[in-house]
Design a protein. Structure first.
Length: 283
């Protein structure tokens, strides 16, 4: 008795015209798709290891993995004599219905993927987007979570985040802030500038490059107005700003330089008598 491989492969398995050969082809294509999906998903994780947080990286790797498997399954189906035309028609109609119903969901999903790749914001960044200011707590598939400076959590759809103007306060490592310092006309402006610069330059978090700048900016009604430009690390700038402001005030006062109060000179017409309160002496 001779064993014929061709005849064995052509043996029907009892389901339509499906043969052993077609079934093996189906299994092979599906197995190949799973293997390719695993390799590609592993490479996606490695390639994005330093670019995306773990949750985003895993999500993208899973989307790629299952997408390849679905594609392999669709390619393998004809081996089982499966007519895809009816499925495609039904799927097309269902797709239209689902598409209209989930338009915003798909838009948020795509916007979330764009946010992951473009990186206009990262978790921990201090930002302003869609009139919301705070720290980025999480970037999810469909939405971004912002924790405001008052401790309130706000969920913003990714589509709104992606299409809005985003102000990222910490994208640049350094951030500048400005003081307006007012001194009396009787005080020495050069001394005030020197004292302010000394305080700024001795602060451990005030950057030397770009260098701070202090200068006379305006001669006001009641004061000489100095302006100070100071750079600090973007993630510490608020602490530096509040700390330096108080230290400059103290240093100026210790050197006899005071912040003036508004002053008015009042002249009375001839013969006008000013009367004080009862018991007070008129001058």
């Amino acid at each position: 008795m001779t064993f014929n491989v061709t005849e064995v492969l052509e043996i029907p398995i009892g389901v339509g015209d499906i043969t052993v050969e077609r079934l093996l082809y189906f299994v092979f294509i599906l197995a190949l798709g799973v293997a390719v999906a695993k390799v590609v998903s592993i490479n996606v994780r490695r390639a994005l290891a330093e670019r995306l947080p773990v949750n985003e990286r895993e999500l993208l790797a899973k989307l790629v993995y299952y997408g390849i498997i679905v594609w392999a399954f669709v390619v393998a189906l004809p081996q089982l004599e499966f007519d895809l035309s009816g499925l495609l028609v039904a799927g097309g109609i269902a797709g239209l219905v689902i598409g209209f119903a989930s338009q915003s969901v798909v838009s948020n999903l795509i916007s979330g993927l764009f946010l992951m790749f473009e990186h206009p914001i990262r978790i921990g960044d201090n930002i302003n987007v869609a009139d919301v200011s705070g720290s980025v707590e999480d970037i999810r598939v469909l939405s971004t979570v912002i924790k405001t400076y008052d401790g309130i959590y706000i969920r913003i759809p990714n589509e709104k985040v992606f299409t809005s103007n985003i102000t990222n306060y910490v994208h640049n490592p350094a951030r500048r802030f400005t003081y307006e310092i007012r001194i009396r006309y009787a005080d020495d402006a050069n001394a005030a500038i020197r004292i302010a610069k000394e305080v700024i330059e001795t602060h451990p978090f005030a950057l030397k490059n770009p260098a701070p700048s202090v200068f006379v900016d305006n001669l006001g009604d009641n004061s000489v107005n100095l302006t100070a430009y100071i750079w600090a690390p973007a993630r510490n700038w608020w602490d530096v700003r509040t700390d330096l402001l108080w230290k400059i005030k103290v240093a100026l006062e210790e050197n006899g330089i005071e912040i003036p109060f508004p002053q008015r000179t009042v002249r009375f017409a001839d013969g006008l008598e000013v009367k004080g309160r009862p018991g007070e002496k008129n001058e």
